[in-house]
Each structure stands twice: as C-alpha cells, then as structure tokens.
Design a protein around this ligand. Structure first.
Ligand code: PEP
Ligand code: MG
Length: 898
C-alpha cells in the first residue's frame, strides 16, 4: 500500500475524495493540482502512518516510508529544478500537519526546512538577496526549535526564548521592528539561537536536512496528541484514531522583496455570507505574518467608498491609505487570483478559504478549504448557492451544520438600548454576535466571571480554551484573518479584532481608550456585526427567524417528515417555541408551576396533610392556579397538540429542608415544628429517583391525578367556549407495568366524564404514557393496547438502562470520557446502541398491537442532532425539545429524510 502521495505540476496521486487518508489539506492540494491550479509541488504522508507511528514508534515508521519519501523529494527536486540540501541550488520545504478536518492553529508547522550554514549562502546567491536568506534561516531555527526541539516559553509569564534574544538585540541596537535588522544582526541571531538550543537541549542544532526532515515529520505526528489538539478534538468530538497527515511541500517565498507577498482570501464573506471576494495580504512577508496578526494586513480588493467612510470614523484612513489593495498594486496577479477563486468555488461548490503566495511576481496557491464561517454566513451562503444554481435544495440543507444554527437563536442587542450606547472604540467586525461581559486579560482567567470578555493585544492557539469560555473576544491587533478572528468565527463567538485605539497593559490589567481607563472586571459589550465596542452592559432581545434563516426553515419543512414539538412549561416558552416553528408541545412538566410563591404553600399543605379531607382541601386551592396555567399554554399553542404530564418528582423536593424555612412553614400552617420535621423525615428516600415519584404518586394519591385532570379538561373547555381550538394530551409518567397505567387512565377518564356531564360539553383528548423505564419498553405491546400515545423519556430511560444516577453521574462521567470508556455523555447524546434498542423494541412492540400508535421523544435528546436522526430512523412521529433547539431539530428532521 502507498503511504506517500505526490502532487504538483497539474497532476496528483490523490484526490479530494481521499480526505480521510490524506487529511483535508493533502486531499485539497492533490485535487487543486489535478484541476490545474498552481500549487507548489510536494507530497502527503497519510493519516494511517500517524496511527502506525503511535503504535510502532519513530524507527519503525521511518523504515516503512523512507523509500517513498526519498522518491517524492526527488520528484519535487526535478519540478522545482533545485536540490534538497544543495549548497548552490537549494530546495527548501515546508512540513505541515493536516487532519481530515481543519483544526486552525492547533498543530505544528515548520517552514524553510533544509537550511544550514552552507545552504543559507547558496540561497543568498541564488536569490541575490542575502537579507532574505538569513532572515529565512533565522525563522527556520526559531520554528524548528519551538516545534521539534521544544524551545517554548517555560511558563505563562515567560516570553518565547527566541523572541527574548531578538528583543535584547533590538534594545541593544535601538530598533523597533524585525524588518530593521541588518544582515549582520540576522547572522548574530542565528548564532545566538543555535547557542540557546545547545544550552537548553544539550544538543547541537541539526545541520543535516534529512535529519531535520524526519524530526519535523515526527513532530507533526506528535502534535496530534499535543494539549491544544487534544482539547480541540475533545471539544468537537473528533476521535484520537483519526490521526493527522503530514504535508511536505516546496517552499515558495512571499518575503523575497516588494514583488512578493502572501495572503489569505475568502470567496465570500465569512462573517455575513455576502457574495464578495475578500481577503488580506502583506507585501514582502511570509504566511505566518498574516495569520499571527502582528502586522495589520492590506485588503485584496479595492476598498469601496462605504468602507472608506467607516474608516474615516475611526481615524484609520491615513494608515490604510498607505497600503493599497492587491487589486490596485498588482492588477495582473489580482486577476489571476480572482480567476482561481471562481474556479475553486465552482469546483467545490462551497465557500473557499484560500492561502496564496506571490514569489517574485509568480502566484502560487498554497491551500484551499471550505471556509469556516459564522452561523449567519453558513445559512446565507447555502441559500445563495442554491439560488445561484450551484447546489440543489437537498445539498443546501445538508450543507448546514445543525448545531451552528444555535448562534442565530440567541439574543441580539436591543436596538433601542443600542441607541443610548456609549461606543468607546471600533475595531473590525471579525465575528458577529452580541456579547456582554466583564473584562479579563488572560485566557486562563476567562472563567473568573460568569460572563467575561477576553481582551488581548492578539491571541494565540494557547488561548483557545479561554476563548471558548469567554462570551466575546476583543483584540487590539490583527485583521479579519488573524487567529482570533478565524477561531472565533469557527466557534460562532462574537469577536472584534484590530481595534487599534485600545492600549492594553497586561501588567496593570488595564485597557486605555483615549484618556479613559477600564479595569479587569469592568463591564463592556461587543457588537461583532459592526465592530463597535461599547461601555457597560447593553440589553438584549429575542432573535427572529427572518430572511435566509426563514427560507432555510421553510425548505426544511418541505423535506421533513418527522414533526418537531417543544418542551414548554410556561406560555412564554410556548410562544418562543412557536415563533421557532414548534408543531405543538411534547412535554409540559407541571411540577415547575408549583414552585411559585403562593403555590408552593398550597403544595406543601397538600403534602403535609394527614387526612384525605385536608389533602383534598389543599388540592382545591391548587386547582384554579393549574387551570390558569394550562389555559395560557393552550392559548399560546392554539390549534396544536399539547401534551401535559401529570406530577412526576418525589414529594420531598417540595418540602423545606432547612430549619429556618421549616420554622417558617410551621408558623404559616399553624402546626408544630416537629410535625414539619416528621413529615420531611418521612419523605426522605435513599434513592429518590427510583422512589416515590411518577405515576407512583398518582396511584398512591389518586386525588392529585384527579385535580390535574380537572385543571386540564376544564382549561380546554374554557378555551373551547372562547373559540380557541385546543388538543390536550394527558401523559402518565414513569410507568413500568400495565396496571400502573390502567389505574391512572381510569381516574383520568372518569374525571373527564364527570366534567363533561357537569358542563354539558365535551372535548376530544388523548391519554398516553411516557416510556422511560426499561420494563415499559419491553411491555410496550401490552401497554399500547390501552395508551393512545408513547413518549420516550430518554433522560430516565438512560438513567435506568445504564444505572447512572442523573444527579450524580457528573462525578464520574468526565473521567469515563477522558479514559475512553464512554465516547460521549449519554445524557447529552443518545446511546443508540444500548438505550436505542429499548426505543426500537418499544416502538415496534407498541405498534404491533396498535399500528398507528403515535410515538415521540421528550428527553433532552430530542434536540441533539445525532439523536434526532436516530428518532427519524426509528419511525417516530415527532421529537420534542427545548424552544431554542426547535429550528435545529426541524433542520435535522429534513436532513434525515433526504
Ligand atoms: C425524561 O425522563 O426523559 C423526561 C423527559 O422526564 P424528566 O426529565 O422530567 O424526568
Ligand atoms: Mg422522566
């Protein structure tokens, strides 16, 4: 089998279909080369080799791939007419990671590899540019030292050991910028760098290019298991055995003078989705300079008058005007690049994120990939590509990443609050959204406040975890393609970058704008869509499903077969869910209604009652409150089915456990404290989740079921009188035996009958049950003979199938996931293999006795994409999820049906 795949000169061994084997980058390089895009020649070592490396170690892997790698280097040599390690005509290469999914900045890269004291002279002669050659050498030692030899800062407060040497020299020479180094300075740096390596590692810096190459290849493999990569993988649920490929490619240089440059571009706007070719570049620079955000880059396309007006507002005109766009500076190169971006977008039929380098007037495309984008851009781009005829309706739906819709479902700044807002500065609108929080200056302190805004001069991959925790990210440096911007867009996190007016001081933990100073812990707000930085806290409002998002949802409904309902306990939640397109309610948990002030009192009276008479009296007090709740919910869901579940939690959850509140209750009810204490002790259970709850309550205290049924049916009849259509479904929780259901059903039906008679009116209603105890799933055929519908309560079903307490599992689940005993938290992602069997069996058996039995799910899993997909495959009629997940479930329902 091949372990090395070559590409270049418009041919390739691989293709974009081989992404799992070649990694995203390798597959795309092969594909680009094959369709005639000028990529620097190179080769890809497969992801399988990474796995072999983890298993067998370095020496065995070198043996396995040595011949193939040597052959492939020879091919590059002939295509570039240069020789690896040659002192007159040297070929230098880059070594980069490339997993099957893009993990920006997560793994390591080495550039300018193949350099040593002789090669640098050859390169200087060949390019007629001594400055460039020595600068490349200095960069190589720095990168190789950091990535391969472990020359990194020793602690958070330390600076990079190489940067430290450079800072010293700058101080000594009285200069500010890297570009001010003389050739002699660079030579000194190379000498000092090598010296530092020897001192810290005890070994000389390797001079043999082959030794360098193998070192870098292994370092890339190692970086797959580095902290950053592992964190990123875990965050996204990517398994460890995917591995990374290694791409070795001829170096091309953007830093060979003013006829060279490098940049990043997007075929569409990654923040808004607008169909506008855009990007940034730097003249006389290497790729890292653009993404690192150290120099603020120039635009690819001419800046329009609108943008000039915006720049004028923030005093940026003068600075930007010194740096013309690529379109103005190198029109021919721009035209060529513009041509390629169109070819690539048409070829991949998705928005592309490309990197390019101009070496001495020749354009090279270094990579292309489907661009990371915000949720809003994702939706707009898919709908636009559909309208442009580039993709089909089905493809548009499948292009949407369900969880990313979440970004569009969260509150946005209240327009009226924005009018009053005090905008203190403006930066680039790097990733849209509305974020409010307290200022923190260090990523590892992001969790210091409940809501924090991470404020940095610039960010680096080390900051990833903190960026994820923070509500928003603000940087003083860096463009739209800086690390902060790219990562934030990938996370869907609000980000403003390159806000040049900010003076950040890490030491004093202050942020200065003009003569105003802000401190750690001060509130600020970021509007990631405009780049506005606002003082203090700004109020937010609910978002709307309008524009392209509305179109997407309509398209989803066209393809979806399985319906989506919501879990809602209040009219407010019901209304939010309805706005998001919920087709009814799949679960109203009635218990939450009892916690409000006046109700908890009546509820406690009911629980503390010693006699049936007292209990009935207390329930009588609760009845009108419940009825009013239900009327509100029915009204919000007019015309749609509403499933209301009878009381479920153990009664002890409603009684006070602290002495002070117990005293209060005793006084309120005019009973001795001891009576309260006794009742609390009596309700105490060893395993409350397996105790006196669910239908066991209704079966021991039938009057509770009676009261709740009365509240539901009377509410429905009241609305009917007002001409509001409602479709009540009464749901019995936690049954395990047929009789448990039958007892409850009888109470419900008798109560309803009595009310119909009292009022001389009636209404259609269903009586169904939750299936959340394994025994119920197994007995489903018998239960379905009586129940009108099933709703799988996968929270309890997961708890009881695994035997993991819902309330205590967090103590060991993280360890289980860490150790790989479990892949994911089964309370979050449905365990299709195990718990899923019970759902399948339950559905099949239920329908064996009642073929048109209505089946749904109302556990937390009803809004989790992979679980929703499973529910569709199992033949459910609907899923029910929290209001904010409704659009996500609607989309997945459509995706599943395609
Ligand atoms: C369930 O168990 O899945 C369910 C929806 O009920 P609850 O979470 O209220 O126990
Ligand atoms: Mg339950």
């Amino acid at each position: 089998k091949n372990r090395v795949y070559r590409f270049g000169n418009k041919i390739a061994d691989g293709s974009s279909k081989m992404r799992n084997l070649l990694g995203g980058k390798g597959a795309n390089l092969a594909e680009m080369s094959a369709i005639g895009i000028p990529v620097p020649p190179g080769f890809t070592i497969t992801t399988e080799v990474c796995t072999e490396y983890n298993l067998l170690g370095r020496d065995a892997v070198v043996d396995l791939i040595k011949d193939e790698v040597e052959d492939a280097i020879t091919t590059i040599e002939s295509l570039m007419a240069a020789k690896f390690g040659d002192k007159d005509n040297p070929l230098l290469v880059s070594v980069r990671s490339g997993a099957r999914v893009s993990m920006p900045g997560m793994m390591d890269t080495v550039l300018n590899l193949g350099m040593n004291d002789e090669v640098v002279l050859g390169l200087a002669k060949k390019t007629n540019n001594e400055q460039f050659a020595w600068d490349s050498y200095r960069r190589f030692i720095q990168m190789y030292g950091g990535v391969v030899l472990g020359m990194k800062p020793e602690s958070k407060d330390d600076i990079d050991p190489f940067e430290e040497i450079m800072e010293h020299l700058k101080e000594k020479r009285g200069i500010q910028l890297d570009t001010e180094f003389t050739i002699q300075d660079l030579k000194d740096l190379v000498y000092d760098f090598k010296d530092a390596v020897k001192k810290r590692t005890g070994h000389d810096f390797p001079t043999n290019p082959w030794e360098q190459l193998w070192g870098a290849i292994m370092a890339v493999f190692n970086s797959w298991n580095g902290d950053r990569a592992v964190y990123y993988r875990n965050m996204h649920g990517y398994p460890a055995d995917w591995g990374t490929a290694v791409n070795v490619q001829a170096m091309v240089y953007g830093n060979m003078g003013n006829n060279s440059g490098t940049g990043v571009c997007f075929t569409r706007d990654a923040g808004t989705g607008e169909n506008k070719f855009n990007g940034e570049y730097l003249i006389n620079a290497q790729g890292e300079d653009v993404v690192a955000g150290v120099r603020t880059p120039q635009q690819i396309t001419k800046i329009g008058s609108e943008r000039w007006a915006e720049l004028a507002k923030i005093d940026e005109v003068e600075r930007i005007a010194n740096y013309p766009s690529l379109e103005e500076l190198m029109p021919d190169i721009f035209d060529e690049l513009n041509g390629y971006q169109q070819i690539l977008e048409n070829h991949y039929r998705d928005m592309q994120d490309m990197e390019f380098t101009i070496q001495d007037g020749k354009l090279w495309i270094l990579q292309t990939r489907n661009g990371k984008r915000t949720g809003a851009a994702m939706v707009k781009i898919a709908m636009d590509l559909l309208k442009e005829g580039l993709i089909t309706e089905q493809e548009a739906l499948l292009q949407i990443e369900p969880n990313k819709l979440d970004e569009l479902l969260h509150p946005v700044f209240d327009p009226s609050a924005l009018k009053r807002a005090n905008v203190i500065a403006q930066g680039l609108p790097a990733s849209p959204g509305a974020a409010t929080g307290k200022i923190v200056f260090f990523a590892d302190e992001a969790s210091k406040y409940k809501s924090s805004i991470l404020v940095r001069i610039e960010t680096s991959p080390e900051d990833l975890e903190g960026m994820n925790i923070a509500k928003g990210i603000l940087t003083a440096r860096g463009g739209m393609t800086s690390h902060a911007a790219v990562v934030a867009r990938g996370m869907g996190k609000c980000c403003i970058s390159g806000a040049g007016a900010l003076k950040i001081n890490y030491k004093t933990r202050t942020l200065k704008v003009g003569d105003h100073e802000y401190h750690e812990g001060d509130w600020i707000s970021l509007n990631g869509s405009t780049g506005n930085i606002i003082e203090g806290k700004v109020a937010t409002v609910e978002p709307e499903l309008s524009g392209e998002f509305g179109e997407l949802m309509a398209l989803s409904d066209k393809y979806a077969i399985m319906k989506v309902r919501t879990n809602a306990d209040t009219p407010k939640d019901a209304r939010i869910a309805r706005n998001f397109g919920a087709d009814g309610i799949g679960l109203t948990r009635t218990e939450h209604m009892f916690f409000e002030l006046d109700r908890i009192k009546a509820m406690r009276e009911m629980i503390l009652a010693d006699t049936l008479k007292e209990r009935k009296q207390a329930l009588e007090d609760l009845l009108p409150m419940q009825r009013a709740d239900f009327e509100g919910i029915f009204e919000a869901m007019e015309g749609k089915s509403v499933t209301i579940r009878l009381l479920d939690p153990p009664l002890h959850e409603f009684v006070p456990h602290q002495l002070a509140t117990q005293k209060e209750l005793a006084a309120q009810m005019h009973i001795p404290l001891q009576a309260v204490k006794n009742k609390v002790a009596e309700l105490e259970e060893f395993n409350p989740m397996l105790g006196h709850r669910g239908c066991r309550l209704g079966n021991t205290y039938p009057e509770i079921t009676e009261m709740q049924t009365r509240a539901i049916i009377e509410a429905a009849l009241n609305l009917k009188e007002r001409g509001v259509i409602c479709k009540p479904e009464i749901m019995v929780p936690l049954i395990g035996t047929v009789k448990e259901f039958l007892y409850q059903e009888e109470i419900i039906r008798n109560t309803a009958k009595a009310i119909f008679k009292e009022r001389n009116d009636s209404i259609a209603y269903l009586v169904g049950t939750m299936i959340e105890i394994p025994r119920a799933a197994l007995m489903a055929d018998r239960i379905a003979e009586h129940a009108d519908f099933f709703s799988f309560g996968t929270n309890d079903l997961t708890q009881m199938t695994f035997g993991y307490s819902r309330d205590d599992a967090s103590k060991f689940l993280p360890v289980y996931i860490d150790k790989g005993i479990l892949q994911v938290d089964p309370f979050e992602v449905l365990d299709q293999e195990g718990v899923g069997q019970l759902i399948k069996v339950g559905t099949e058996r239920g329908r064996s006795t009642k073929p048109n039995l209505k089946v749904g799910i109302c556990g937390e899993h009803g809004g989790e994409p992979s679980s929703v997909e499973f529910c569709y495959r199992t033949g459910m009629d609907y899923v029910s999820c929290s209001p904010y997940r409704v659009p996500i479930a609607r989309l997945v329902s459509a995706q599943a049906a395609i």
